[in-house]
Write a protein that binds this ligand. Structure first.
Ligand code: NCD
Length: 309
């Protein structure tokens, strides 16, 4: 029997089993096939999505909007809390209580850890976490898994490197948890100041092989997948700390010369300076394809939580 998604919140990737994640990936694959066949997918006609973004975003907001509209649904919301009643001091809880009257699903991005869980506890409609502080970004992890699955044909058995700001980056936390459901070996690569939070390592260590390294040069030749992230400048409590680590790692053609020929390089984007533009033109680069897989995965998720897929 297929797992039940109708009416569910998507708050933490930890709330999902491997069976459920696999079902999401299979649903995304069916959506992709229907899109490629040019089938109209008016599955969410008459439904509305509320997009409440309290932090900057390009991809996540636009891809949720595009996903909903491609499914025939409507979208309302804000990407700029400055123009909403939040500016007047309205609490997140009140904003949720109001918006849930207008829409069928809420997508929330907020700088506070725990914000999405709070919203889900309040709302009687599904809430999707599109980033809760440095904590989690579960839909990014699902689209990352879909990208790996599509580009490598499998997830089990792969050696996956995660490089960058593993301390403040929420995508890498959700990705590490998501991958811990599979038989992978994880190489966590970062300067010592930006190491993965201890509680995440603690949680995943019993489930998958985890190795930590400081320099990507030392592990690049072993990897099947390299997931790169930017340094999350805006989340550093101390600007001096950021100055110390900025520019600490770089993925360029000379690094990739040591990689397996079929290594894929991923990035949730935005990229700053951690992957040089010359890499874009190598067969390793899949980060712009990842954006397309993101749209497909989010279409699948919206269809699943409404119960039409
Ligand atoms: C990420 C985020 O917001 O956490 N962006 C995204 O959703 N693709 C990554 C980042 O900001 O570095």
């Amino acid at each position: 029997m297929n797992p039940e998604f109708k009416g569910r919140d998507i708050i933490s990737i930890k709330d999902f089993s491997r069976e459920e994640i696999d079902h999401i990936l299979q649903t995304a694959e069916r959506v992709e096939a229907r899109l490629e066949a040019g089938e109209p997918l008016n599955l969410l006609q008459g439904r509305f999505l509320g997009i409440l973004f309290f932090e900057p975003s390009t991809r996540t907001r636009l891809s949720f909007e595009a996903a909903m509209k491609r499914l025939g649904g409507g979208v309302i919301g804000f990407g700029e809390p400055e123009t909403s009643s939040v500016k007047k001091g309205e609490t997140l809880a009140d904003t949720i209580r109001v918006v849930e009257n207008y829409v069928d699903i809420i997508v929330l991005r907020h700088p506070m850890e725990g914000s999405a869980r709070l919203a889900a506890d309040i709302a009687s409609i599904p809430v999707i976490n599109a980033g809760s502080g440095a904590e989690e970004h579960p839909t990014q992890a699902l689209l990352d898994l879909y990208t790996i699955y599509k580009e490598k044909g499998r997830i089990d058995g792969l050696k996956i490197g995660i490089l960058g700001d593993l301390r403040y980056g929420r995508t890498v936390h959700s990705l590490a948890y998501a991958l811990s459901n599979y038989e992978v070996s994880l190489h966590l690569v970062s300067p010592p100041e930006l190491q993965m939070r201890r509680e995440v390592i603690w949680d995943i260590k019993g489930k998958v092989e985890v190795e930590q390294a400081e320099r990507i040069e030392d592990v690049i030749d072993r990897l099947d997948v390299l997931y790169v992230t930017r340094i999350q400048k805006e989340r550093f409590p101390d600007p001096a700390e950021y100055e110390r680590v900025k520019g600490a790692y770089k993925v360029d053609k000379s690094l990739l010369a040591k990689a397996k020929p079929d290594l894929i390089v991923m990035h949730p984007l935005p990229r700053v300076d951690e992957i040089t533009p010359e890499v874009d033109f190598t067969p390793h680069a899949v980060y712009f394809k990842q954006v397309k897989y993101g749209l497909i995965t989010r279409m699948a998720l919206l269809g699943l939580v409404v119960g039409v897929l």
